[in-house]
Write a protein that binds this ligand. Structure first.
Ligand SMILES: Nc1nc2c(ncn2[C@@H]2O[C@H](COP(=O)(O)OP(=O)(O)OP(=O)(O)O)[C@@H](O)[C@H]2O)c(=O)[nH]1
Ligand SMILES: [Mg+2]
Length: 215
């Protein structure tokens, strides 16, 4: 399976980045109230309930930093977290929640589109895909949006603990195949479980490569 495999030094850099301070900075529901673009940023996008907030909690090792929920559509704003003034993590509202009012979907698309297109500090978008579902129609729409926004993006498979190794490998293969036509897509997958902790150290290592160096 085409998974990222960082070396010991990169793993250690990732560990150190996330061992430092992590602070909630801002919650924004429009472009006028976004925090300043002072340090590199990465954001987490994906369907409602895919596990964006849980992933941020697993990365930061803080169980209740980002609010998670059984109810899809919990995160309705762009939530900014600052890691030791080296990297900002942005938790985006989920899309594709079937019973969300049309106006909500439109508001999400408008705000997210603006954010993705106009945020100079944004280094990478992580598109989360539920391992049990694979890429769906709503994800394909977002992939198109990401391609047109000129920001590089990578896929993170979530909830890997829910599948046995064989089916997990199949869904990862199919996902990688779908990525091949997207030039701005990182050609490897991050396969994670926020519940079991798998793949989290590898993703931290990758994020450390996008962060400002340790002072
Ligand atoms: N088994 C398992 N469950 C997970 C994992 N990650 C998240 N979940 C569960 O999935 C549900 C949704 O998780 P959230 O992190 O709130 O999802 P979200 O993408 O932030 O959702 P919205 O904010 O609504 O867009 C919760 O019940 C989590 O406990 C995982 O790795 N394994
Ligand atoms: Mg959330």
């Amino acid at each position: 399976m085409n998974e990222t495999t960082p070396d010991e030094g990169q793993l250690e850099s990732g560990r150190l980045l996330f061992a430092g301070s992590c602070d909630f900075i801002a919650a924004a529901n429009n472009m006028r109230v976004l925090p300043p673009e002072t340090i590199p940023e990465v954001c987490f996008a994906g369907r409602s309930n895919v596990g964006k907030s849980s992933l941020i909690n697993a990365l930061t090792g803080r169980k209740t930093l980002a609010r998670t929920s059984q109810t899809p559509g919990r995160t309705r704003q762009l939530i900014f977290f600052n890691l030791a003034d080296r990297l900002q993590l942005v938790d985006l509202p989920g899309y594709g929640y079937a019973s969300a009012p049309k106006t909500d979907i439109k508001a999400w698309t408008t705000l997210t589109r603006k954010f993705l297109a106009g945020r100079a500090s944004l280094q990478r978008v992580f598109l989360l895909i539920d391992s049990r579902r694979g890429i769906g129609p709503a994800d394909r729409e977002i992939m198109k949006l990401l391609d047109s926004s000129a920001v590089s993006w990578a896929v993170v498979m979530t909830k890997a603990d829910k599948l046995k190794p064989g089916p997990l490998e199949s869904v990862c293969k199919a996902t990688l195949t779908s990525l091949s036509g997207h030039v701005a897509a990182y050609p490897e997958l991050f396969v994670t479980s926020s519940e079991a902790g798998s793949g989290i150290a590898e993703l931290r290592a990758h994020l450390a490569g996008l962060a400002l160096p340790k002072p």
